[in-house]
Write a protein that binds this ligand. Structure first.
Ligand code: Q9C
Ligand code: ZN
Length: 693
């Protein structure tokens, strides 16, 4: 199961033929530098190369009107003067005699990608296309876009492949208003094509189509530079309160950035506290990404400060949704250095390489937290995972917008002058070498080693510390030997000879205590210990920051909490998928990002009640930390779970979570209180702007 790469040089063969400052950044080199970077880094060779095709008229009509299509069809025959005039009726876009051909290829590329993923030819993929798509509307080109590649692909996925729920994640720095308009009315009856087809069919077929459409929906998520409506395309409906209309309410999620200079922590915070909770509750069958990289550092349009490696994390966080079915389609990205770096980070992640460490995260900024708080508040009535979100800030940021709009009248140039200078330098993203052994295992003799795992054998002598213990006649020699092998395994993980590890052990408590209480500090400086289920004596845990302990169980350990010991209590324990996923997305992930562990130890205590798909989701998400060095400890009598665990540790996508119950009211409130209490120590847990500067 590979990664598709769709590219054709033909899409570099149109350009701006006259002077237009608004359009001069949209150049053919955007595509050539991106593709060349993939070739140079050897990534393109690892992908399955798939040729684009032209989208057909019928396919383009899935998102556009016949009048508009007919008009665009004439552009290849226009003179330069005609093209200029044709262009004038639209905003921030240009036409060229070859752009219609390229636009058909761009849309067709997205469809080829959807076909390859939906038929199982590949697991995921990316299409490098020009022109981009997300600004184009039913009857209008806009913002360098001619046809709405991703909107067409979403409709196509529903019709051709019967996909029920499509999640569109638009991480481009502009608002894809074209996508919003296409789907905001009602996710179930949004296909003009279907409705038009309806009128030509008999009643039985109409009933059939309605029956099918009722269960079909598209959720559109976008973050975008907004600056209280002062930034292009300056639309009122790009704000957080456009949540979708009618039956589509809740299916349009807008996150406005009201300041430039947003950083990695701001992006990750929105993913943990807005997008992922909604996405996991929505439970998509397919994820489409409007993959614009103008949200990266150095981009003249976005003016944000997120580094290219952030796209590795954004990609990874989406890769366990929809059973891994993810199609990324290029949108914007205008800095010819950060664009190819960001494309490479995305592709390398799609291929399954270890993630770069998200080092040096700062606290999300006040403005980002204001946006976060507003979006969560606007959506909490639609999504049970956001039900306990706080109210929007007392000083309503939309009021700010109206005030600013009035003040700014007549002096709109101010904003331009205030702009931060374009950043020209940032460090090259780190290398991401794959370990020779992806996942090693230590298993009892009666358990077969799952395919793809390598049985661990330690050639090294005992760790000196343990050797001396053994000589002193420690009471449990067997346990010491096991712990010693654990250390040897950890050592190999830290030198990147091994990626992840799976250990089955007869006494998990003893092993955990053994592994942690004497863990030589020269071995690891920060261990994230995630404990799924009950565990009795934990008094060997330190509070010096060398380990961060997060436990999810049905035990209430109210008194023991401190910064590095975080028990999360759910009434029904880990068998409550809704509570569990809330705790993982809203607490564990942000904590892990901020802590930045060098090793993750995941402990599954016997009878924890966690179901296999939830367990696999957890492993998949944890592999995003510590360069993929996750060590799983399980008890010998849980061998039925070895298969699913191994599969997740090898980076295979987890199956979607079915039967998400609604979160228990008291559990939800308790989680919210816990997060509030921990916020002073852990800045990534903040979900409101109150009390921040
Ligand atoms: N500086 C995409 O990224 N506005 N389109 C430019 C304001 C148009 C961006 C003028 C930006 C369009 C796909
Ligand atoms: Zn853009």
């Amino acid at each position: 199961m590979g990664t598709a790469l769709i590219y054709d040089e033909e899409m570099t063969k149109y350009k701006l033929l006259w002077v237009d400052p608004a359009c001069k950044i949209e150049v053919p080199e955007r595509l050539t530098v991106s593709y060349e970077a993939l070739v140079r880094s050897g990534l393109s060779d690892r992908c399955v190369s798939i040729p684009p095709r032209e989208a057909t008229d019928a396919e383009i009509l899935l998102a556009h009107s016949e009048e508009y299509l007919e008009a665009v069809k004439k552009t290849p025959y226009m003179t330069l003067e005609d093209l200029k005039e044709f262009t004038l009726q639209y905003g921030d876009v240009y036409f060229h005699p070859n752009i219609y051909h390229c636009a058909k290829l761009a849309a067709g590329s997205a469809l080829q990608l959807v076909d390859s993923v939906m038929t199982g030819k590949v697991r995921n993929g990316i299409a490098l296309v020009r022109p981009p798509g997300h600004h184009s509307m039913r009857s209008a080109a806009n913002g360098f876009c001619v046809f709405n590649n991703v909107a067409i692909a979403a409709q196509y996925a529903k019709q051709k492949h019967g996909v029920k729920r499509v999640l569109i994640v638009d991480w481009d720095i502009h608002h894809g208003q074209g996508v919003q308009y296409c789907f905001e009315d009602d996710p179930r009856f949004n296909s003009s094509y279907s409705l038009r087809t309806c009128s030509r069919l008999n009643r039985l077929n109409i009933l059939l189509i309605i029956f099918i459409l009722v269960f079909y929906s598209v959720l559109y998520y976008s973050w975008h530079r907004y600056e209280h409506q002062k930034f292009w395309p300056n639309l009122r409906e790009s704000d957080y309160d456009s949540v979708g209309k009618g039956n589509g309410a809740g299916f349009n999620v807008n996150v406005p950035w009201n300041k430039v200079g947003m950083e990695n922590s701001d992006y990750l915070s929105i993913f943990c506290h807005v997008l992922l909770p909604v996405a996991y509750e929505f439970c998509p069958d397919l994820v489409l990404v409007c993959a614009g990289f103008d949200s990266a550092i150095g981009d003249p349009e976005g003016e944000m400060c997120a580094t290219p490696d952030i796209f590795a994390h954004l990609t990874h966080l989406l890769m366990n949704l929809a059973g891994g079915k993810l199609c990324a389609v290029l949108e914007g990205g205008y800095n010819l250095t950060s664009l190819p770096q960001s494309v490479c980070q995305t592709v390398q992640t799609l291929l399954g390489d270890p993630l770069p460490q998200p080092a040096g995260l700062r606290s999300p900024c006040k403005s980002a937290l204001e946006s976060l708080q507003c979006v969560r508040s606007a959506h909490r009535r639609y999504w049970s995972f956001l039900k306990h979100a706080a109210n929007q800030p007392s000083t309503d940021i939309s009021t700010k917008r109206i005030k600013l709009a009035n003040e700014e009248e007549g002096k709109t140039e101010m904003a331009v002058e205030e702009r931060a200078a374009e950043i020209k330098e940032w460090p090259e993203p780190p290398e991401r070498p794959s370990p020779p052994v992806r996942c090693a295992s230590l298993l009892p003799e009666d358990v077969a080693c799952p395919d793809g795992l390598k049985l661990f054998s330690s050639s090294k002598d005992l760790h000196p510390l343990l050797a001396s213990k053994l000589q002193n006649g420690a009471d449990d020699q067997d346990a010491l030997i096991t712990v010693s092998r654990l250390y040897a395994m950890i050592e190999k993980m830290l030198t990147n000879e091994i990626g992840s590890g799976l250990v089955l052990i007869s006494d998990i408590s003893a092993a955990m205590m053994g592994a942690l209480q004497d863990l030589p500090s020269d071995l690891v400086d920060r261990v994230l210990v995630v404990c799924v289920g009950k565990e009795k004596d934990l008094n060997y845990l330190t509070t010096d920051g060398k380990m961060l302990f997060v436990q999810i169980s049905d035990e209430d350990k109210e008194k023991e909490k401190n910064k590095y010991f975080i028990p999360v209590s759910l009434k029904k324990g880990c068998s409550d998928t809704a509570g569990f996923i809330q705790a993982v997305l809203g607490l564990l992930l942000p904590l892990a990002y901020e802590y930045d562990p060098t090793l993750v130890l995941l402990v599954r205590t016997p009878g924890s009640g966690v179901d296999d798909s939830m367990w696999q989701q957890l492993i998949g998400l944890l592999l995003g930390f510590a360069k993929g060095h996750t060590l799983v400890l399980m008890q010998t009598n849980e061998k039925v779970h070895v298969g699913p665990t191994a599969s997740a540790l090898l980076g295979r996508p987890a199956p979607p979570l079915l039967e998400l119950q609604t979160l228990d009211q008291e559990d939800g409130e308790a989680l919210e209180r816990l997060r509030e209490r921990l916020q002073t120590d852990w800045k990534m847990l903040q979900t409101t702007s109150e009390g921040t500067e």
